[in-house]
Design a binder for this molecule. Structure first.
Ligand code: HEC
Length: 140
């Protein structure tokens, strides 16, 4: 391999790595449920109960997966060991929304994981719509 193609390969790998830190490969946005029409959607009223039911078991105070805690508004907006999971104002670009909608190419990013010992079920379309609306409205 000559020097130029080696450089090209390194650049492509670096680009792939950066893309992966965001959402991990291709996402079929046509499958993303629309944002709920409710306003306002707030963490305290609408979102916290969903996270408590479906996420905190693995993303709580004790050994949180991916170092992501979902048990307070501050921790959700802080993100994981890989960085932010919420882009305030942009639900369709947020890792949080794409993972619960289960539309990332990598099924390891579907949350909650399909097979989990706790028996936690995937979120309903209405729950995904509500989380999308919450992020669209600024994640407050
Ligand atoms: C049964 C355990 C379990 C449950 C329940 C669960 N997760 Fe996860 N979550 C994981 C694991 C394990 C990882 C790390 C996956 C990996 O690194 O490939 C993870 C990673 C993530 C990530 C990626 C973090 C990053 O930046 O890479 C997000 C976002 C996430 N979870 C959100 C949620 C949300 C939202 C819920 C609830 C709707 C949830 N998870 C429920 C186990 C769980």
């Amino acid at each position: 391999m000559n020097r130029i193609s080696l450089l090209t390969v390194s650049v492509l790998c670096a680009a792939a790595f950066v893309a992966n830190a965001q959402v991990g490969g291709k996402v079929d946005l046509s499958k993303l449920p629309p944002a709920a029409s409710k306003t306002p959607v707030t963490y305290a009223t609408d979102i916290k109960p969903i996270f408590e039911k479906s996420c905190v078991r693995c993303h709580g105070a004790e050994k949180p997966k991916a170092r992501l805690r979902m048990d307070s508004l501050e921790s959700v907006t802080k993100g994981s060991e890989h960085g932010a999971i919420v882009v305030a104002g942009k639900g369709a670009e947020s890792k949080l929304v794409l993972s619960v909608a289960r539309i990332t190419a990598d099924p390891d990013q579907h949350m909650p994981p399909l097979k989990n010992r706790a028996g936690i079920l995937p979120l309903t379309k209405d729950e995904v719509s509500l989380i999308r609306a919450w992020v669209d409205q600024g994640a407050k």
